[in-house]
Design a protein around this ligand. Structure first.
Ligand code: GLP
Length: 259
């Protein structure tokens, strides 16, 4: 078993490749359970996925989705929420019932019960077949900031300053306006998924990708836990892969541009 590395020549090819993985998962399994992610990186993935599904329709009636995370507080009911992001970039374009799409309920009064219910719902759906992941500058997957236990489950977390700065665009470029807390599935929850794919593009991700891929496995870098995942693929563009060593690149699969 190896962590698989796929290196694409450019961002669009990397995103299209990941969209293909999601499409194939749904096409092959009418009851597919997808773990979905947010962030700017995923916008292009969802664009490709929507086009694929419109070109060659798949029946999503039996498909279920679970997102990784949501901001805490009243913001979870606004246009800045991850629910709104998912609606805008994916759900409104698909023939999928709102009851089949799940996000952690960031505006709940009883966080402990809501987080336990989220874990139960994932298990009741049969577990996640394909988990999509982005990566934050702190090395987080979901919102699992440094020192998240590799056994952690869905819970409330405090966001690191670097994460609030990274996500400020949706909040008028003002990091102080980014919520301080979020609900996220845990690293342990992510490690239980049947297959995981982490997508990183652009030179801004090169340093963290090299650290996660070749550096120490540590709770200081949550994504490094993916070395324990039985079926994990990193899909990178050349910019995000540029700090990888020759030894590491030697293990990678290189894919060609689409056009
Ligand atoms: C947010 C999400 C993470 C995601 C990250 C990547 O922080 N909670 O799950 O990995 O965004 O963001 P971007 O794609 O904008 O770099």
């Amino acid at each position: 078993m190896f962590m698989k590395l796929v290196i694409a020549p450019d961002q669009d090819t990397a995103c299209a490749h990941v969209a293909d993985m999601l499409y194939t998962c749904c096409a092959q399994n009418p009851a597919a359970v997808l773990g979905l992610a947010t962030g700017r990186t995923m916008e292009r993935v969802y664009g490709h996925l929507v086009r694929r599904i419109h070109d060659r329709p798949v029946n999503l009636a039996g498909c279920t989705t679970f997102n990784l995370d949501e901001y805490c507080g009243p913001v979870a009911r606004t246009a800045q929420s991850y629910r709104a992001y998912m609606q805008h970039h994916l759900f409104r374009h698909l023939d999928i019932l709102p009851t089949q799409t799940h996000l952690p309920p960031g505006d709940t009064d009883d966080v402990t019960a809501a987080c336990a219910r989220y874990e139960t719902a994932i298990r009741a759906a049969g577990g996640i077949d394909l988990q999509l992941l982005g990566i934050g500058h702190t090395g987080h997957i979901g919102f699992n900031e440094p020192l998240s236990s590799f056994a952690s489950r869905t819970r409330r977390v405090r966001l690191a300053p670097a994460t609030r700065a990274q996500n400020a665009e949706m909040f008028g470029d003002c990091p102080d306006d980014v919520p301080q807390h979020a609900l996220t599935v845990g690293v342990g929850t992510i490690l239980e998924t049947r297959r995981a794919v982490l997508l990183a593009t652009g030179p801004g991700k090169a340093a963290i990708i090299a650290r996660v891929t070749e550096g120490a496995i540590s709770p200081m870098t949550s994504a490094s836990a993916l070395h324990f995942h039985p079926d994990c693929t990193f899909v990178l563009d050349e910019d995000a892969a540029m700090d990888l060593s020759d030894e590491c690149r030697w293990m990678a699969e290189f894919i060609l541009p689409r056009h």
